[in-house]
Design a binder for this molecule. Structure first.
Ligand SMILES: [Zn+2]
Ligand SMILES: [Zn+2]
Length: 889
């Protein structure tokens, strides 16, 4: 939808879309900006420029327009107090990891908290009306601006003010009145300073007018009135109109403090700590001048590097000041900002990795590490984490609980970064030789080698980070989280009655509603359809084998083999009971192992995905490293202790909002639940999940859980393969047998080895005696060797390859008219070995080749020495006879 078109239409009828009661009451006048033409509302009739173009833009720096001063956490207290006083419910923030939406990794706006996707539609579910929420939002698009512009953050607190007018809330008049009074009464900003700018919002098929409010060129908030749906011109009013007012808490603090940057008043005591480290005073006039210039110019250029150069020039910053002040300052702001974002993300269960949303987190930590190295700072990250959390814990007490987990994860990630430096250094050198890389090349470098542009800057391989790098990277990793659905001709079929959620009979009769190809739809079924990682039930319908069961929206489709019943028939159905029982045990075991892993490993453990078949199952968990044998054992022990305690497994249905408010977003282990009524599976107080699968009644029914294998399957994800119930006992039995067999094999091997050693010793004794006898013309027939002169042959079973090898070699060395041919069995083959002295008249190669071909194998060598063999043992006697005649004649 073309936003400018909508704005044109709305601004053409301001009475209908923008003129609120407050404007008349207070005497606001509507003006059009002399520079850009946008319409705005102001109490100052002389004002003819909009806030973006106004001369007062960012003049609050060093000279705030309020009598009161509030930092970040104090500002929220003010906002909260004001809205609660005015009948709003103050709701705690939702997680920054957006578990309730399929299409977002992170929460990017306060309104996202209350959006749920049903099919292709977005619906709103508010836990209170009206409400206000301090929602931490993560945005990675402007990463290169963070620390540099004075007002861009990778995470910020969006004050969300939400109201549904048709369910007892208010609409435009009261909203704008509240926002105006928040600024003037609560924050003490002079009425004349507040300017409202007409704008529109459009997205997700709906749109509406909005009023942005500014003070001295700083946009503090935007009140969106989501009112219409459809295409402009053919649009209709929404069933549920919604007020979505979002304001930046950081900016509220900034406007009252008037510090050079918003960072100076939003990070609490951490700034002072960092300033002391680099030894600068952030309250200097130079900085005020510099950051005011940055703020004024930022919207006029696409390239941040250009803005920066211009501000340096306009503020009269010397090279020395740049290097000693601006650059280190940007660095410490970046560190403070990125660290705060990582604290929120890790607290809410995200892990830095190279996939999905974890990408951005790893990038941020690498930016922190890179900055620390580049500026050669001595910083204790743990101490900085403590400082952040101590400052924020009043507003966000949940951060306090995860303090140690955050430290642990960041320490581990930083160590990984250090480890990868040797590799990165080599790459960086190549880059320096090749010349400046393009944005795409930089992205490839990060994706395949984990090399950040910060690192390249740190080692001087590049001088500037190109603008667009971060926005491009964040775009690439935004849309990964999507799913595809297959289409079947199921229109107008009634919803299938799901017996497995009721009495769950293993034998039942049902009516055939629809047959197409080899697929059958019944009016009711006990066959569990594949879903939530649980494999489908098998069995029979009307005597035909059920080979697959899938769910398409609310219709269950059975795939049969060998034929299908007729539409309209009533048929007998039978579920494979044993299979179902095994799958069910594996499913409850998945929940148990998930809870055990979290208990043993840490709070960052979430189910990444799961798979439950009847004879094996797997659970993929989010974890930073491979598991040690000890950890695996501890998890398995914790799981089996839950089995032993025979805990109740309860299934209850809740309204989605109630479930979320009661149990939190931990319930979404298996992903998003696209229904209003949520099925909650709880194992007493140990585990609570929203889940549609089949479960045992008590954990004791599982009897035993065995983890068979674990593997780190991707960065940040570890797979546990396991078995439970009868399969686990079978696994134990197999393991026992396997180890028994291994012991036997080892023993056998040992015996063979012993025999060989004995034979060797015997041969060493025998060989010199036999040689002497043969050389002196004595008979050795009784020893198993036939001779004719000094030509010898043996097929005796008393000799092994060691004997043949040594005896033959020594014989021809002693006497050049001697020759030796031996045939013997070695494993599954019959082998021949021939040695011939130069004067013997025997050709070893010919004999070996001939004998090998009889045995169906191959042979090779020269006249002096040759060997060969074959696997056809039935020809052994023939080979012996031939060999004997070839050498002895
Ligand atoms: Zn303008
Ligand atoms: Zn489940």
């Amino acid at each position: 939808m073309d936003k400018s078109q909508i704005l044109k239409e709305f601004s053409a009828d301001p009475e209908k879309y923008y003129n609120v009661k407050l404007f008349a009451e207070q005497g606001f006048v509507r003006k059009s900006c002399a520079k850009c033409g946008r319409f705005f509302w102001t109490l100052n009739a002389d004002r003819d420029l909009c806030p973006d173009d106004g001369l007062d833009t960012y003049s609050f720096i060093g000279e705030p327009p309020t009598s009161k001063r509030f930092d970040y956490t104090q500002s929220w207290k003010q906002v909260e107090e004001f809205f609660v006083k005015n009948n709003h419910t103050s709701v705690s923030r939702y997680p920054v990891v957006c578990r309730w939406r399929d299409d977002l990794f992170f929460t990017i706006a306060s309104v996202v908290d209350f959006q749920r996707i049903m099919g292709s539609k977005v619906v709103f579910e508010f836990p209170a009306n009206p409400l206000v929420v301090p929602q931490t939002c993560l945005r990675f698009k402007d990463l290169e601006n963070v620390g540099v512009t004075g007002r861009h953050f990778s995470s910020f607190c969006m004050i969300g003010q939400h109201s549904v007018p048709d369910l007892g809330g208010y609409w435009k008049d009261e909203c704008v009145d509240l926002d105006f009074r928040l600024l003037t009464d609560q924050f003490g900003i002079k009425k004349e300073e507040v300017v409202f700018v007409e704008d529109v919002w459009a997205g997700g098929g709906s749109f509406g007018p909005s009023l942005e409010y500014f003070v001295r060129g700083l946009e503090l908030g935007n009140a969106v009135f989501t009112e219409f749906q459809g295409e402009l011109g053919q649009h209709s009013t929404l069933d549920q109109r919604v007020i979505d007012m979002g304001a930046g808490l950081e900016r509220f603090a900034w406007i009252t403090m008037g510090t050079p940057t918003a960072y100076d008043c939003c990070f609490g005591p951490i700034n002072e700590k960092l300033f002391n480290t680099i030894g600068i005073d952030s309250d200097s006039d130079v900085l005020k001048k510099y950051f005011t210039e940055i703020a004024k110019e930022i919207d006029h250029f696409d390239d941040l590097n250009e803005v920066r150069r211009l501000a340096i020039k306009n503020a009269g910053i010397s090279d020395d000041q740049l290097n000693k002040m601006i650059t280190p300052l940007e660095g410490v702001y970046l560190i403070a900002d990125h660290l705060r974002t990582l604290i929120f993300a890790i607290t809410d269960g995200a892990l830095p990795s190279n996939v999905g949303g974890g990408y951005n987190l790893r990038m941020m930590l690498r930016r922190i590490n890179g900055t620390i190295n580049r500026l050669n700072l001595k910083l204790d990250i743990d101490d900085l984490i403590d400082t952040h959390i101590d400052y924020l814990k009043d507003t966000y007490p949940e951060l306090d609980e995860k303090r140690e987990d955050v430290k642990k994860i960041l320490k581990l990630e930083s160590a990984r970064y250090e480890d990868s430096k040797v590799h990165m250094k080599k790459k960086a050198e190549k880059i320096r030789e090749r010349g400046v890389p393009s944005v795409d090349e930089l992205i490839t470098l990060y994706e395949s080698d984990g090399i950040t542009p910060e690192y390249l800057k740190e080692v001087d391989a590049i001088s500037e980070i190109p603008s667009q790098f971060y926005s491009k990277l964040s775009d690439l990793h935004q849309s990964e989280k999507k799913k595809a659905i297959a289409e079947l001709p199921l229109e107008e079929l009634p919803e299938t009655e799901t017996l497995f959620y009721k009495d769950d009979p293993m034998e039942f009769s049902a009516k055939v509603i629809k047959v197409f190809d080899d697929m059958v739809v019944l009016d009711r079924t006990s066959f569990y359809a594949r879903g939530g990682g649980q494999e489908p039930d098998l069995g029979s319908i009307a005597g035909f084998k059920v080979v697959n069961v899938d769910k398409h929206a609310n219709i269950i489709v059975h795939k049969l083999e060998g034929g299908t019943p007729k539409e309209g028939e009533t048929v007998q159905c039978k579920v494979d009971e044993v299979r179902r029982a095994n799958i069910t045990k594996n499913h409850t075991s998945t929940h148990i192992l998930n809870a055990s892993s979290r208990k043993i490993l840490g709070s960052w453990i979430w189910q990444h995905s799961a798979f439950k078949e009847d004879d094996h199952a797997r659970l993929d968990i989010t974890h930073h490293s491979s598991l040690t044998d000890e950890q695996v054992k501890e998890i398995e022990d914790a799981a089996n202790s839950m089995v032993k305690q025979n805990l109740n497994v309860n299934i209850d249905y809740y309204d989605r909002g109630t479930a979320e408010q009661t149990y939190g977003f931990r319930i979404y282990q298996g992903g998003v639940v696209p229904v209003k009524s949520v099925r909650i599976v709880s194992i007493e107080d140990q585990d609570v999940e929203a889940c549609g699968g089949t479960h045992v009644k008590k954990t004791g029914d599982i009897e035993l859980i065995k983890i068979t294998k674990t593997k780190r399957i991707q960065d940040g994800v570890v797979r546990l393969e396991f078995v439970s119930g009868p399969t686990a006992f079978q696994y134990l039995k197999d393991q026992e047998e396997e180890s028994k067999k291994q012991a036997q094999d080892a023993k056998q091997k040992e015996q063979i080895e012993k025999q060989r050693e004995e034979n060797k010793a015997k041969a060493r004794e025998q060989i010199p005696i036999l040689l002497e006898k043969i050389i002196s013309g004595e008979s050795v027939e009784s020893d198993g060797i036939n001779t004719k002169g000094k030509l010898c042959f043996t097929a005796s079973e008393n000799f092994d390859d060691f004997f043949h090898q040594n005896f033959g070699k020594k014989l021809v060395a002693k006497d050049s008219s001697a020759a030796f041919c031996g045939i013997f069995e070695a494993g599954p083959t019959v082998r021949v070995m021939v040695f011939a002295g130069e004067q013997s008249g025997v050709n070893s190669g010919e004999i070996a080749k001939e004998i090998a071909s009889i045995l169906g194998g191959s042979g090779g060598g020269d006249a002096k020495f040759a060997q060969g063999g074959g696997k056809d043992t039935s020809k052994k006697e023939q080979a012996i006879a031939k060999a004997k005649s070839m050498i002895l004649g």
